[in-house]
Structures are given as C-alpha cells and as structure tokens.
Design a protein around this ligand. Structure first.
Ligand code: SF4
Length: 359
C-alpha cells in the first residue's frame, strides 16, 4: 500500500490559509487565528482555538500534518552556542545553530541538505547537494529554536548548510512567511540571506522585492583567487557580482550589503587584498565581516596568524571601512562557519582525505 505524505500546515502562508477557509466556506478570520497561534507562538493544539469551526479542524487534521522533526542531538559550546542536529522526515539531517550575542540571539538556518556550490574552504561543499529543504522544513527549524529558547531568536541568517539562492522558490516563500506581521513577524532587517554570488538570483530578489537583508560571501578581490576557491566565480565573475551588488544598493534605496570574507592563510590575506577589499567595501558603503578560517580534518587551507588578521582588519579600518573580526563561536562543537558536518559531511572528510592522499 502506498502511503500518502501529507503536506505540512507549516508550509501554508496566510493567503493559502485564507483560500482553504474560503473553499470550506468558513470565515477567513480563522486563517488569522492559525497565524496568531501556530506561527506566532509555535503552538500546535488547534483544538484549543476558541470558536474554531469543526469543519476546518477536521479538514486540516485529515489533509495536513502539524509536527516538528526530531532533534537528534543538541550540543552546547562553552560560549553557549548551540548546534541542533535535526532529522527530517526522510531521515536527512541538517544543522541549525543558535549563536548568542550581546542582547541578541541569531539563528543560522540551513536551506539545503548539502550544497552544490563547491566552495573549496567549506566542509559542507564536498558531499554535494542531496536536496533542497522545503519552506515548511525551514519554518520547522525556526520553530524548533522557539521550543528550545521559549521564544523566537531575534535575528536569523540563511548561512547554514546550502546556498539559499540556489533554492530560490522555497527560500523566497520562507522569507515572506517569517516576516509576515500576522505570524512570526521577524523584522526584514533582521533576516539575512547570505549568498556565494548567484548573480541572476540577486536580480530576482530585487524584482521580487524580497523583504530581507543581503550578505555576500566575497572571499577574494581578484577573479584568479575567487575562481580558485569559489568555482561559482567562473560562471558569475567578480565584475558581474559587484555590478549586481551596486544595482541592489541603488534600487533598494541605498540599503547596504554586508560583505563576508573568510581569511585563508597565504591565499587572500595580503596587504594588496586588504587594499582592494577596502576599495570595494567603500564603493558600496559596506561593513565587512572578517572570518578567520576554521580548519577541519582534511581541509586544504590554514587559518592566518593573529598578526595577519590584525593587519588586515586594521588596514580596512584605517581606510574608513567598518570591519569586524568575527571570532567563530562554537568551534569545539564544529558549529562555526564552514564547519557544519552532519553524517553527509563526514563522507566529505573522507573524500578530502582521499583527495589529499593523491600524489
Ligand atoms: S560556503 Fe556556502 S555556498 Fe559555499 S559550499 Fe559552503 S554552504 Fe555552499
């Protein structure tokens, strides 16, 4: 017998809930009640919603599922970073990381199982892409954070496993849902998509006027270096990416783009790199997050010395650019940037080991 997988109620946005109410000939006010209870407070007991029509309740129970996936492990580091390993219904695991900050907590959301982009410094990359996460699965990541913390995190960044713009449809719907004021009501300023530089999708974000902020993982200031560490640069070279970023800023009323820059020893950490990066950041009014590389077993790159990191950031600051060295949190539980490693990623380590063993 073929078992039918019901869609998750958590994948329906407000308009779709209204359409269900209309189809069942009940008031759309009940769609708002679902938004106010399920999405606003992550509460799933629909039976307890006052004056909720039996017809709607029965339809939802028969045609949708409302549950959260299992958290198979939750690790906490000394700095209170929590890494949650979440097992989806098809037994695929993704990681979601809760990162404390001064007076604010940020959730790092995964958007795919694995990743197809292949950045050379990233542990997630080498296992390749298994599949996209659905909108409902990403909403579930956020609701698990609510269950863990007792409230939603203040900020979220789509910077976990996967390239969010490579899963555009699901991610765009997710962004609209988490920022819906009737539901989770995240401020668009506090929801950030971080991309490796999928240029057409940046233009699409503009066309769609997606209510979120943008960060670009730049990591190099020449095509030669960027193509070496980020193969996506062969398809969308630096000049096209920078043009798309300028267009984004111009169209979005001078809204700034955060530049992320993973510092790799001897690869992109020279004074000349710092000078070029300062010019790029100044031309866009961007803040720069400097992320000294976190080596992992089998990684091809090394972390620069503290002196080199200081030289690099001082040069940016002296040039008038706000540059912040991000000390990756949760390093001892492998929750830091580029270190997310589910069992899928463990295969990547073996691949790395095999690759580096080839003479
Ligand atoms: S850094 Fe991001 S885009 Fe690049 S391979 Fe890793 S997960 Fe994918």
């Amino acid at each position: 017998m073929v078992s039918v997988v019901k869609p998750s109620l958590l994948g329906f946005d407000h308009q779709e809930l209204i359409a269900i109410c209309e189809r069942l000939d009940v008031s759309s006010v009940h769609a708002q009640k679902i938004m106010g209870k399920v999405f606003r407070y992550a509460e799933f007991d629909l039976e307890n919603i006052p004056h909720f029509p039996k017809k709607l309740l029965t339809w939802l129970q028969e045609n949708t599922e409302l549950s959260l996936p299992e958290v198979v492990s939750a690790q906490k580091s000394e700095d209170n970073t929590q890494k949650l390993l979440i097992r989806m219904a098809d037994n695929r695991d993704v990681e979601s990381v809760l990162i404390p900050g001064t007076g604010r907590l940020t959730q790092c959301i995964s958007s795919q199982v694995g990743c197809a982009i292949g950045c050379e410094f990233c542990l997630t990359a080498t296992a390749g892409l298994t599949r996209n996460l659905t909108t409902a699965e990403m909403i579930k990541e956020v609701m698990i954070a609510h269950r863990t913390l007792g409230e939603y995190p203040r900020n979220m960044v789509l910077m976990g496993m996967g390239e969010p713009l490579h899963n555009y449809e699901h991610v765009a719907k997710f962004i609209r849902m988490v920022t819906d004021e009737q539901g989770m009501a995240f401020s668009p300023r506090r929801v950030t998509i971080s991309t490796a530089g999928l240029v057409p999708a940046i233009y699409r974000m503009l066309e769609d006027d997606l209510p979120c902020s943008l960060a670009v993982s730049l990591n190099a200031t020449t095509n030669e270096v960027r193509s070496k560490i980020m193969p996506i640069n062969n398809k969308y070279p630096l000049e096209d990416l920078l043009e798309a970023m300028q267009q984004y800023i111009a169209t979005r009323n001078k809204k700034r783009i955060l530049i992320e820059y993973v510092l790799l020893a001897g690869i992109n950490d020279s004074l000349d790199d710092a000078k070029r990066l300062a010019e790029i950041a100044k031309s866009m009014g961007s803040t720069v997050n400097l992320l000294p590389f976190n080596p992992f077993l089998g990684s091809l790159y090394q972390r620069p010395s503290d002196e080199t990191v200081a030289m690099f950031s001082h040069h940016l600051n002296d040039a008038g650019v706000v540059a912040v060295v991000r000390i990756s949190k949760g390093r001892e539980i492998s929750a830091a940037c580029g270190q997310l490693k589910t069992e899928v990623n463990q295969r990547a380590v073996h691949l790395r080991e095999k690759r580096s063993a080839v003479p």
